[in-house]
Design a protein around this ligand. Structure first.
Ligand SMILES: Nc1ncnc2c1ncn2[C@@H]1O[C@H](COP(=O)(O)OP(=O)(O)OP(=O)(O)O)[C@@H](O)[C@H]1O
Ligand SMILES: [Mg+2]
Length: 433
């Protein structure tokens, strides 16, 4: 289009110049002479003069246009060279027409080393070359920019780069369909992604370990208490046969729990863990077994208002949560040195949800920090007493693993005609899943 208008422009200028020359030159000559011989002579010179002037004129006009085109080509090349992404132009005959500086710089190859698509494919893709060739062959029919996908490119120095190629039609040049492809170098991004994946895996592993350690503290001390008890009684010769088997049962049960905790937390991050049918009462009884005699020794009374409700979920996960909540209440009773120590557990059904309420009369949580208690490592206890992951872990288990929710609030209530103050946790679990 541009070329046509340029040609028309030059032809029009030529036409106008010739038109006026012919119109006025003869009239001008007639003003000077009427002699035929002289006139013929002058006409010849005039003809020569016309040809010379218009030739010079055309030369300037055309060379100016050529230069414009040349400038444009250079400008285009410079622009491509200065772009940060590698660019390659090739045609349907498999000729690589040009590559930009960034392409040369990143791959280490000069244009003449990869002046055909075949050479480039062999050098950069190795065994994948034929697959990539099929994709390149399909590009000649595209009519807009396409995402060709991600490729691993071998550079001259042997490094592997990861490039995402985009291609667009670049018109018909010398009767051949031409394609321009540019790539975005995502080598660094991919590398960072890999590192981040690694890091998040490590963090998840750390979390699993920490959860196991957290849940192991109580049962381990349980075993130790029982074992020490037997040891002491045997030294004093007061050990009865019955006690041995009872204690062994406690130790054995607790060890079973320890081993189950490992399995649980290993599969904790896999969402497909199997769910079973169980009642809340079962989970509650089991959690009492695990926390052992400590609660009776500390005069903590459980007030059980659990209804007989069956749910389909992960029983052991619920046990973990109960243990964490009961331990927190126990810690609060001991810290505040309270004499009446009550933990209430109650169930209810609201819409299609099972609601489990666990509350104590240990005084509650300071309103300034109550919205922080589910954060990891948030604790008000000394290092030896708390790590601050009990509630964080419980929330993770309930939300991510059991598809429920858990909330906390301070409550005041009457019990045995006495005003009580404490913390209430409300766990809500799906009933029909
Ligand atoms: N029943 C409760 N009564 C009073 N304060 C509580 C109660 N439950 C939790 N808290 C407060 O919430 C904080 C966070 O509890 P969380 O169980 O997450 O950590 P922790 O008990 O301090 O340590 P960890 O459970 O890791 O041993 C506790 O430090 C405590 O201040
Ligand atoms: Mg805790």
């Amino acid at each position: 289009m541009k070329k046509v208008s340029t040609a028309l422009y030059i032809a029009t200028v030529y036409f106008i110049l010739s038109f006026f020359w012919i119109l006025f030159s003869d009239k001008a000559i007639l003003l000077f002479t009427q002699n035929n011989e002289v006139l013929t002579y002058i006409q010849t010179i005039k003809g020569w003069l016309f040809i010379s002037i218009t030739s010079i004129f055309l030369y300037f006009l055309i060379s100016k246009e050529f230069k414009k085109e040349q400038d444009l080509k250079e400008y285009f090349k410079k622009t491509l060279d200065n772009l940060a992404s590698p660019i390659i132009v090739f045609n349907e005959d498999g000729e690589v027409l040009s590559i930009n500086k960034t392409f040369e710089k990143l791959t280490g190859y000069k244009h003449k080393e990869i002046d055909t698509i075949d050479k480039w494919l062999k050098i950069a893709y190795g065994q994948d070359a034929s697959n990539v060739k099929n994709i390149i062959d399909s590009l000649y029919t595209i009519d807009s920019i396409t995402d060709d996908g991600i490729y691993h490119i071998k550079t001259k120095s042997g490094k592997t780069l990861i490039w995402n190629f985009y291609s667009a039609p670049f018109g018909i040049r010398n009767n051949k369909r031409t394609i321009i492809s540019n790539a975005i170098d995502i080598t660094d991004v991919k590398e960072k992604e890999k590192i981040m994946m690694q890091q998040s895996k490590m963090a998840a592993m750390g979390e699993v370990l920490e959860n196991i350690a957290h849940q192991w503290r109580q049962p381990l001390s349980n075993i130790s208490t029982v074992a020490t008890g037997i040891d002491l009684k045997s030294e004093l010769n007061t050990l009865e046969e019955k006690e041995i088997s009872q204690s062994m049962k406690v130790i054995n049960d607790t060890v079973q729990y320890l081993s189950k905790t490992i399995d649980d937390f290993r599969s904790f991050f896999k969402p497909s863990k199997e769910k079973t049918n169980f009642t809340v009462e079962e989970s509650f009884e089991k959690s009492l077994q695990v926390i052992g005699s400590k609660f009776t020794n500390e005069n903590i009374e459980f007030i059980n208002e659990i209804e007989n409700i069956n749910i389909l979920n992960d029983n052991n996960a619920l046990i973990q949560v109960f243990i964490n909540l009961f331990n927190n209440s126990k810690d609060a009773f001991i810290e505040k040195n309270l004499s009446t120590r009550l933990i209430f557990i109650k169930t209810d059904i609201k819409k299609d949800k099972l609601i489990i309420e666990i509350k104590d009369n240990a005084g509650g949580i300071d309103e300034n920090i109550i919205n922080k208690v589910f954060e990891p490592y948030f604790t008000t206890k000394s290092k030896s007493l708390g790590t601050g992951i009990g509630l964080y872990m419980s929330e993770e288990i309930v939300v991510k693993h059991m598809e429920g929710s858990i909330e906390v609030e301070n409550v005041e209530f009457d019990y045995n005609k006495e005003k009580q103050k404490g913390t209430k946790f409300t766990i809500s679990l799906p009933l029909n899943n």
